[in-house]
Unconditional design. Structure first.
Length: 763
């Protein structure tokens, strides 16, 4: 059912639409790009809304709906609907509730929706103005049956919205959320001509080209592009002075004049594991100034219970005024860091800071990445921007700081039927992934302005500015204004773990021998160190409870430092840990005769997994190169034309197209017309046969030789069956020459070789 665009918009309705949005969302005005994007949708023009976080793209989504319909004008004729594809379940539910509270009937269609089938039917019957769905739901059979095939939906739909459209390329892979790569199917099921609005705050050029290609819209869209350089944010990179697990480098977040909650600046700390988020919460609660209550620190990740998530959010997890975003070590991609940094100071009149902590080893690796690429910021760039500090020893300073809620950066991900376990991808890097990682390294090690790397990544110089110019004297980054980003030296005494390592549970024999040796050692201490007295006993020096704790986890006793904290033993730390070191030596001697078989198995399994990952990565990379070469060779032959045109199809499908030189090779000859062909040719092959083998995931070509053999066999078949100087005979020679040229160029390009043995036959 075709979508009917509005060719002439009523100025009065445009004005009323803007007034409705201002009233419903309590904003002073509608921004020009929001109105332009909405008008495009009403006119049937697909639009890519490339605006920074805080740019109001969400309000633009609802503009076309409120042009046709309003809560106070809910007539049957005006009841249009919008379909929104969103990547995150939590955001979908929040948006649907927010719209409903404002008088716009909306529903989030997810696996958690009560009576989902009835909800799908209701939306298909146009009972809601907005539906938010995941990509998995969007391309599923149930949604297609109850919604996309419904006449009320088709008659009243005014467009499709894909929010966070960059996720299509980031997540739409064969092994993670493949439904993202199938959204073009959803577009084909939409009403004919229905416009598409795509929204993203972080869409580099390579990613943008990939997304529009996957959606099948080519260049047929309007691009509203605005720079995402937030001029009210300063950027800095700091080298960790202490071990990662000590978290001591976070102490300067508590400024000297920290007055306490709620005046303390809201801070969001991103980490790379949920374990770190929980440990940082404990660390900050222990070291925070008394004025800051413990409840000011919360960890948040997608594995906590729903009730706990709700409780955290109710206490202020959804911060509207975050002043600092901290990365405790870099993410795996530059794009991911930029997306998370977008949460910092959403209001233009506020100032904020983004801080990236990085280990010395990681900094050195990023520096090596740049050197390996022959990269330099400019001829004037004198090298790395940061001086890598040494670990500081000494006395702990009285500093502890700041507010925080560590977050692994992931909301609940919409479940999908094809979603397997998540694990690290080892596939060859795409062109965008290579560019992304290179920019991450540049951002970290540059000695020039860090915004220069950011802006280069997004080509912000080609976009309209969104934020006002940076005020004079306002710091942009630690490289340009080093005096405004002093490196606080944090000295820590005894940076110890609060609990022992997990170590495997000892066998009864090991525990028994540890007990025996420690009791024996305890008996020797008194006559050796405290002779001729009866007050100090062995049990005073080494109490039974300490012996029992050591026997419970002997493999965790690796240094005497453990007796400062997790196994508290004051005599173990006395006189430069003399007794503690003796006990550690005893435990090490005992462990020599009790190898940890479980750990050895884990180590062996880890080595095997590492080897398998390397082999898999190598095989996948080789396969990707093969596939690329296969396609280039196929295209080289397929794209050769004769210079003439031919007419194909009948009726509505009748069309004129260039005549291809390979036409007779595209399919096999008809058996009824050419029965003798199948008597003469023992191994018939066509380009369709080759194409199917190229795309077969498992049963296809496993090496280059098989691919080449089939092409050679196909050309040989043509010369065997046809007479010399005939058109097919000549075409086979010409096309084989073209194939050979493409093959040779591709082999050099991708570093591939042929197996010298060949199975080609012209008999």
């Amino acid at each position: 059912m075709p979508f009917v665009p509005v060719t002439e918009l009523d100025p009065n309705r445009i004005k009323r639409t803007n007034e409705r949005i201002c009233r419903l969302w309590n904003v002073p005005s509608v921004r020009p790009h929001q109105e332009e994007a909405g008008i495009n949708m009403v006119k049937g023009i697909s639009t890519l809304l490339d605006v920074p976080t805080g740019g109001g793209k969400t309000l633009a989504f609802w503009w076309p709906l409120l042009y046709h319909w309003a809560p106070e004008d809910d007539t049957q004729r005006n009841r249009k609907n919008l379909l929104v594809v969103s990547p995150l379940v939590a955001l979908m539910g929040e948006q649907a509730q927010d719209l409903t509270r404002r008088g716009i009937p909306a529903i989030a269609l997810t696996g958690k929706t009560p009576n989902l089938e009835q909800a799908l039917k209701d939306f298909g019957l146009n009972k809601f103005r907005v539906a938010l769905i995941s990509p998995e739901m969007a391309v599923g059979k149930s949604f297609h049956q109850h919604v996309m095939k419904s006449t009320p939906f088709q008659e009243n739909n005014i467009g499709l919205i894909i929010d966070e459209v960059h996720a299509m390329d980031e997540w739409g892979t064969d092994d993670f959320r493949p439904a993202y790569s199938q959204l073009s199917t959803l577009i084909q099921r939409m009403p004919t001509g229905a416009p598409l609005m795509m929204g993203s705050a972080t869409l580099p050029p390579l990613l943008r080209n990939s997304v529009v290609h996957k959606l099948g819209i080519a260049s047929n869209y309007a691009h509203l592009a605005f720079s995402n350089e937030k001029t009210n944010i300063s950027l800095s990179v700091r080298i960790l002075q202490h071990p990662v697990g000590s978290y001591a480098d976070l102490l300067p977040l508590f400024t000297k004049d920290a007055a306490g909650h709620p005046e303390f600046p809201q801070t969001l700390i991103y980490v790379n594991s949920r374990k770190e988020s929980e440990e940082i919460q404990d660390f900050l609660r222990r070291h925070a100034p008394e004025a800051i209550p413990a409840v000011a620190f919360e960890f948040y990740h997608r594995h906590i219970a729903e009730s706990q998530k709700l409780s955290i959010q109710e206490r202020g997890m959804d911060f509207p005024h975050i002043k600092r975003v901290v990365f405790y070590r870099e993410s795996k991609t530059f794009l991911s860091d930029v997306q998370k940094a977008g949460r910092c100071v959403r209001l233009i009149n506020e100032r904020g800071e983004v801080i990236l902590f990085i280990t010395r080893a990681a900094y050195a690796q990023h520096l090596a990445n740049i050197e390996a690429e022959g990269e330099n910021d400019s001829d004037e760039d004198g090298g790395p921007a940061l001086e890598v500090p040494e670990v500081v020893e000494g006395e702990q300073i009285d500093r502890d700081a700041a507010v925080e809620e560590p977050d692994d950066g992931n909301h609940d991900i919409a479940p999908g039927p094809a979603q397997p376990h998540r694990f690290k991808r080892v596939a060859p890097l795409s062109a965008f992934e290579v560019q992304d990682r290179l920019h991450l390294s540049r951002f970290i090690v540059t000695s020039q302005c860090r915004w220069k790397v950011w802006n280069s990544f997004f080509e912000n110089d080609k976009k309209k500015p969104f934020f006002p110019p940076r005020p004079p004297g306002a710091p942009c980054c630690d490289n340009c204004y080093p005096d405004m980003f002093p490196v606080n030296v944090v000295s820590v005494v005894q940076p110890l773990r609060d609990r022992p390592g997990r170590g495997s549970k000892p066998t009864e024999e090991l525990s028994a021998e540890v007990l025996e040796r420690l009791y024996l050692w305890r008996k020797t201490i008194i006559p050796r160190d405290f002779p001729r007295q009866s007050i100090i006993t062995g049990k005073i020096i080494l109490p039974n409870k300490v012996v029992d704790k050591i026997a419970e986890r002997p493999r965790a006793v690796t240094t005497a430092d453990i007796f400062f904290s997790s196994i508290e033993w004051k005599w173990g730390t006395h006189e430069n840990c003399r007794y503690g070191k003796e006990v550690v030596a005893i435990i090490r001697d005992v462990l020599k005769s009790h190898p940890d078989e479980a750990q050895e198995k884990r180590d062996a399994a880890q080595r095997e997994r590492a080897l398998n990952r390397l082999l898999t990565a190598a095989n996948k990379q080789h396969r990707e190169r093969l596939k690329a070469l296969f396609q280039e060779c196929y295209d080289a032959v397929f794209n050769v034309t004769t210079g003439q045109t031919v007419t194909r199809g009948r009726g509505a499908t009748k069309r004129t197209e260039p005549e291809r030189r390979c036409q007779i090779f595209l399919t096999l000859p008809c058996r009824t017309k050419y029965p003798d062909y199948y008597l003469i040719i023992s191994r018939p092959i066509s380009m369709a046969t080759i194409k199917s083998q190229m795309n077969a995931p498992r049963a296809g070509y496993s090496d280059l030789q098989g691919f080449v053999d089939d092409w050679k066999q196909m050309f040989a078949n043509a010369r065997t069956y046809n007479i010399d100087e005939s058109q097919p005979f000549i075409a086979s020679i010409e096309l084989e020459h073209i194939f050979d040229h493409a093959l040779e160029a591709g082999m050099q390009k991708y570093g591939l070789e042929l197996n010298p043995q060949s199975a080609i036959s012209e008999s």
